[in-house]
Design a protein around this ligand. Structure first.
Ligand code: ARG
Length: 250
């Protein structure tokens, strides 16, 4: 009888598992971080290696906190859901800090500032006004989708599971424009050598790391680790390496 009761208690514990607090993470020695791995140059899989600005930044933050890292990759649209299910301790995947997302998760101080930009073929629509009557590609679940929907008179918005698929739709001529991150867009322009051009920014955003709502002990440590990286040169070095400029919020 005792055995059954114990098993049930263990089961209840499992199903109502709480996000790991800072003390629990610290004690385990390993932090579990999730990202997408398909959003260059921020997080991407190069062969089997997970890399990018955010991956390297998170590795540096974990090192500063004295922790090993266990990485998890998930489709972008699943990342915050998995956080709510305690599958990992935090998410770093270029999430813009929006009122909508703040209802579900807590965000660290921003780890970079950016904007959503229009990218098109030469002669194509370069700004919100020119997008009237046009078809636009965006990654699903993103602030690009949210903001593109606000542009009046669009003909159609096509959503793709991955941002790189949305870019491919532009290259293949299946849409008139792609809206994505301004730094990602600059990389695409460079890689495509004159075949695409970057137009205006449709909006600006602050990008943060997400922890489960209410996990204030972890949030505090991540903010402290980020502040340290911002002040000791670690951040500046990484940012210059990836972007040739410092992308911190000013
Ligand atoms: N910054 C945009 C947003 O907040 C796009 C993020 C996309 N991130 C990714 N890993 N694909 O929605």
């Amino acid at each position: 009888m005792k055995k059954v009761a114990l098993t049930l208690a263990a089961l209840t514990l499992l199903t109502t598992a709480q996000a790991r607090t800072w003390a629990e993470i610290k004690q385990s020695g390993t932090i579990k971080i999730a990202t997408e791995g398909a959003f260059p140059p921020f997080n991407l899989l190069k062969g089997k290696e997970l890399t990018g600005f955010e991956v390297e930044l998170a590795n540096a933050l974990a090192k500063g906190l004295g922790l090993k890292v266990q990485w998890v990759t998930q489709p972008f649209d699943n990342l915050l859901i998995g956080l709510g299910q305690d599958r990992y301790d935090f998410v770093i995947a270029s999430h813009g800090i929006t009122p909508e997302r703040l209802k579900a998760v807590d965000f660290t101080n921003p780890h970079y500032c950016t904007g959503g930009a229009v990218v098109t073929k030469p002669g194509g629509p370069m700004n919100a006004a020119a997008l009237k009557g046009k078809t636009v590609a965006v990654q699903v679940g993103t602030t690009y989708l949210e903001n593109v929907r606000k542009v009046p008179g669009l003909k159609d918005v096509k959503t793709f599971p991955k941002d790189t698929d949305a870019q491919a739709a532009l290259m293949a001529g299946r849409v008139d424009a792609w809206v994505g991150d301004k730094f990602t867009g600059l990389d695409l322009v460079k890689a495509q050598k004159g075949k695409v051009v970057q137009g205006d920014l449709l909006f600006n955003e602050k990008i943060g790391m997400a922890v489960k709502k209410g996990n204030s002990s972890l949030l505090k440590e991540l903010n402290a680790a980020l502040a340290k990286a911002l002040s000791n040169g670690t951040y500046a070095k990484l940012s210059t390496q990836y972007f040739g400029t410092d992308v911190r919020c000013k």
